[in-house]
Design a protein around this ligand. Structure first.
Ligand code: XUL
Ligand code: CO
Length: 445
């Protein structure tokens, strides 16, 4: 344990280090499926899952919503200002260690309060980054990613890199510059861009082309600066279709990939995909992961889930085994997440206000992904879907199909073929049978 900066030494006093007890355990503070050292698919679960805790939801958020005041009981809230920031660091490392979480993630403004000038804000940041660095020396916890909060302060009312106001663009650049220095200082594996206000409310006052060009200019400047200071972590963009803006430019995986390719950024960025952002975009989580994967751009995951009855980003802890299984299927097929991980961008419900709820929530999410990993691994090992898919597309492995994929066919040769082939036969897609098999695996693995 590093030096104590406050007089509280134990913020989660009633909680011991969470241990794996197996699926029959009734202990709410034990893992039922997540066994960090168990090997699944040639790596330990810890290495496969690379769990990360989100600073903003777990240590900074207070439970306010658009209709109600703060509800969260947080022992560190007895402090204010920089003392509060320091207490949060202590509490955070206590929780990482108790949960055995190997990573964490933060926005700059989660960890240190803004001062009255940018210079003062950066000084606050330096103090807390120094403290985090100290804690990292004596723990095994690493920074999965950091990012800049360029959406809370009123200066970002029209956006950051896509603001109509060049002074805001400059401020945002200064903020990301500092963020990249922080990433280097703390050895962050990745640096994330989530453009919460990089979008628009109405086209009636928006120069969409200039805003997109400026966003790309900003990203190129970030790439250049990282190179200049020797920061070698992976850049990630996190798509979301809307909220807080009506239309966010990085709408979904496909739109973001098109943006990266349009502006020559595709070799510098990958995607950080969030389950609830996928569903807000009208996609499944696995659709987003697959789209990134087949384009070689799957970088990291914000693990959570939305509520199908609510239309907004509820950021619930992931407990849906179908979703975690199909997500892990994509991640395993991707050969893992490289420097990325599964970051719980998830918050306890406003009514789950006790500190212990934070532990229950993470245990639930970690177990749900551990089970998903095991099921997905077995599905892949047994080639359940691979064999079905291979067989379904077999017409492209010979004859006219092979001519198509190998570039020997054209409209003339295809017309000739079709003219002589009036009895086309299709086969069933067997969707219901496949879903029943998926159920069997989830229930039995
Ligand atoms: C917002 C969201 C962010 C990003 C980081 O919906 O997901 O917390 O993950 O800015
Ligand atoms: Co997120």
């Amino acid at each position: 344990m590093a030096q104590s900066y406050t007089d509280v030494r134990n913020y989660f006093g009633s909680v011991n280090k969470v241990a794996y007890e197996g699926k029959d355990s009734k202990n709410p503070l034990a893992f039922k499926y997540y066994n960090p050292e168990e090997v699944v698919g040639g790596k330990t679960m810890k290495e496969q899952l690379r769990f990360s805790i989100a600073y903003w939801h777990t240590f900074t958020a207070d439970g306010t919503d658009p209709f109600g005041a703060a509800t969260m009981q947080r022992p560190w809230n007895r402090y204010t200002g920089m003392d509060l920031a320091k207490a949060r660091v202590e509490a955070s490392f206590e929780l990482y260690e108790k949960l055995g979480a190997p990573f964490f993630a933060f926005h700059d403004r989660d960890i240190a309060p803004e001062g009255s000038t940018l210079r003062e804000t950066n000084q606050n940041l330096d103090v807390i980054v120094g403290m985090i660095k100290d804690y990292m020396k004596t723990s095994n916890v690493k920074l999965l990613w950091n990012t800049a909060n360029m959406f809370t302060n009123p200066r970002f009312v029209h956006g950051a890199a896509t603001s109509c106001n060049a002074d805001v663009f400059a401020y945002a650049a200064a903020q990301v510059k500092k963020g990249l220095e922080t990433a280097k200082e703390l050895g962050s594996g990745n640096y994330v861009f989530w453009g919460g206000r990089e979008g628009y409310e109405t086209l009636l006052n928006t120069d969409l082309k200039l805003e997109l060009d400026n966003l790309a200019r900003f990203m190129h400047m970030a790439v250049d600066y990282a190179k200049e200071i020797g920061y070698t972590g992976q850049f990630l963009i996190e798509p979301k279709p809307k909220e807080p803006t009506t239309h966010q430019y990085d709408t979904d995986a496909a739109t973001t990939i098109a943006f990266l390719k349009q502006y020559g950024l595709e070799n510098h960025f990958k995607l950080n995909l969030e389950a609830n952002h996928a569903t807000l975009a009208g996609h499944t989580f696995e659709h987003e992961l697959r789209t990134a994967r087949v384009n070689g751009l799957l970088g990291s995951v914000d693990a959570n889930q939305g509520d199908p009855l609510l239309g907004w980003d509820t950021d619930e802890f992931p407990t849906d085994l179908y979703s975690t299984t199909l997500a892990m299927y994509e991640i395993l097929q991707n050969g893992g997440l490289g420097s990325g991980g599964l970051n719980f961008d998830a918050k306890v419900r406003r009514a789950s206000f006790e500190p212990e709820d934070l532990v229950y929530a993470h245990v639930a999410g970690m177990d749900a992904f551990a089970k998903g990993l095991k099921v997905a691994h077995k599905l892949i090992e047994d080639r359940v879907f691979e064999d079905v898919i291979q067989n379904r597309y077999r017409s492209y492995t010979e004859g006219i199909g092979l001519d198509i994929v190998e570039g020997r066919a054209n409209f003339r040769t295809l017309e000739q073929y079709a003219m002589n082939n009036d009895s086309i036969k299709n086969e069933s897609g067997r969707q219901e049978r496949l879903k029943a098999i998926l159920n069997q695996y989830i229930l039995e693995v």
